[in-house]
Ligand binder design. Structure first.
Ligand code: HEM
Length: 460
């Protein structure tokens, strides 16, 4: 039974705007003791819901208990994903275009509810359902091998920058039916957008050009790929709508997949019990991923739900228009859940897929199986190809990314026995990939996408 319930009274238990002195800041670096400890401390102090400060003076609530988070994800009559209804926005204190990127409203399925969400989601989900997972796994493995070939002879690599960050965009680019060269460009542009080190505005404009260009090309020359399938959907989406949903496929998949691969490799490299359980086949790769999704969640907070009416959670009143964050990491630390069937001897939290890593309710991830496939194929390829794999720094030197929402590593430096490039993939195997071989373009066409690619190549 949920403790979330609508409430007619207008009682407020903590200020929804302004900033009480002791509120937890989500900006300005990780808190002392790290975020792991933070969620436990907040639960002890506030119970199932805690006030947090997203940016200076911008307040929100973080849900901490498992059942409250699950309930908020499921109850769209109480919480909307439409961040334009955030009181801070309605009353002009926050400009969504300048606010945190994960709060910024976009015309895609993730930020829309109701019948329009169902329509937008239908052409995403129906296109994803047409993906042949067996053929896709060959594509993912080939891309993983190509990425590993670049550093395998060196005997050292950064598994985030040189592998986990590139793999998801290369795979999606391929599912869009484009040559791999465009995937490297996509990885480059998205990395600039996400790393926050400046240059983001140009990269965002170029990314928009990529999506408009992909749609333009597929309207003129449809193929067996996600964008063509969305364009041909019976609900007749416009090219503009398809462009925005294609962008969501990238933004929704990139960082969580990167950090699922990175956090899984970190777990294997740092946790002896997990490594030996995996090595002697007590822990399969799919179960290993579930263990990591319980214990080292690539999302620690899920951004932006807005309360549609006054609701009481535990003892706290959340007011209409307040922003509420889904506390995935905190929910997984809820003593009532104990991280799935957490084995007291091995520490394994596998055997249960009830974690919140793929969300729940109407917006839950429509790509669980492809996401698992990319991550597990990537992890297996690294293990197969890099003999004697070990961390190149002490575990305590691994630096977490500075994000209240994502949980992962900036870099994962490793060393291994230098190896050789993989055998070239036969023409027949390439034909059996999800999107049969697309030749690299000597001379990109004179369309929007071709011009973008030429610009990117010209940067060297
Ligand atoms: C490990 C990888 C992934 C994780 C952990 C993950 C997790 C999630 C979560 C938690 C949501 C719900 C967001 C919310 O309710 O606010 C979501 C939504 C979504 N994900 Fe994933 N995702 C992953 C990979 C992917 C991939 C590979 C794709 C596409 C190829 C994808 C496409 C989407 C889309 C389109 C939505 C929005 C659905 C909607 O609003 O109806 N995700 N994902």
């Amino acid at each position: 039974m949920t403790t979330i319930r609508p409430d007619g009274e207008h009682e407020v238990s903590a200020p929804a705007q302004g900033c009480p002195a002791d509120v937890t800041r989500l900006y300005g670096g990780a808190p002392t003791g790290g975020r792991d400890d933070l969620w436990n401390r907040l639960r002890e102090r506030y119970g199932p819901v805690a006030p947090v400060e997203l940016e200076p003076g911008v307040m929100a609530w973080a849900l901490l208990d498992y059942k409250e988070n699950l309930s908020a994800l499921q109850q769209t009559h109480l919480f909307t994903r439409d961040t334009r209804r955030w009181r801070e926005v309605v009353e002009g204190r926050v400009d969504l275009a300048r606010s945190h990127p994960l709060m910024a409203w976009q015309p895609n399925a993730l930020f829309i509810d109701g019948a329009e969400h169902t329509r937008l989601r239908s052409f995403i989900a129906d296109a994803l359902a047409r993906v042949d997972l067996a053929a896709m796994s060959r594509t993912v493995r080939r891309i993983a091998d190509d990425l590993i070939d670049v550093f395998v002879a060196r005997g050292e690599a950064d598994l985030i920058g040189e592998f986990a960050n590139l793999l998801p965009t290369m795979v999606i680019n391929r599912l869009f039916g484009l040559p791999d060269g465009y995937g490297y460009m996509l990885g480059d542009l998205t990395a600039v957008v996400f790393d926050g080190s400046g240059g983001g505005e140009e990269a965002i404009a170029r990314l928009q050009q990529y999506f408009a260009g992909v749609v333009e090309r597929k309207v003129g020359d449809p193929g067996s790929d996600l964008v063509s399938w969305m364009l041909a959907h019976p609900s007749k989406p416009t090219p503009h709508e398809v462009g925005h949903q294609a962008a969501l496929l990238i933004s929704g998949s990139h960082m969580p997949t990167t950090h699922l691969v990175g956090n899984t490799m970190r777990t294997l490299l740092c946790d002896d019990r997990i490594r030996s359980a995996h090595a002697d086949a007590r822990l399969s790769t799919p179960d290993l991923l579930d263990h990591v999704m319980w214990t080292d969640t690539p999302f620690q907070l899920l951004a932006g739900r807005i309360a549609l009416q006054d609701v009481r959670i535990g003892g706290t009143m959340i007011r209409t228009g307040d922003a509420v964050f889904i506390g995935i990491e905190a929910a997984h630390r809820d003593p009532a859940v104990q991280r799935g069937a957490n084995d007291p001897d091995t520490g394994l939290a596998s055997g249960s897929r009830a974690h919140l890593m793929f969300g729940a309710g109407p917006h839950s991830c429509p790509a669980r199986e492809p996401a698992r496939l990319v991550a597990s194929t990537g992890v297996s390829a690294l293990q197969d190809r890099l003999g004697g794999l070990r961390l190149a720094v002490a575990p305590e030197e691994l630096r977490p990314i500075d994000s209240p929402f994502l949980r992962g590593l900036e870099t994962l430096p490793v060393s291994f026995t230098p190896g050789r490039p993989a055998e070239p993939v036969s023409a027949r195997t390439r034909q059996m990939e999800q999107v049969p071989a697309v030749a690299e373009e000597e001379e990109p066409p004179e369309d929007l996408l071709g011009r973008l690619f030429r610009w990117w190549r010209g940067r060297g």
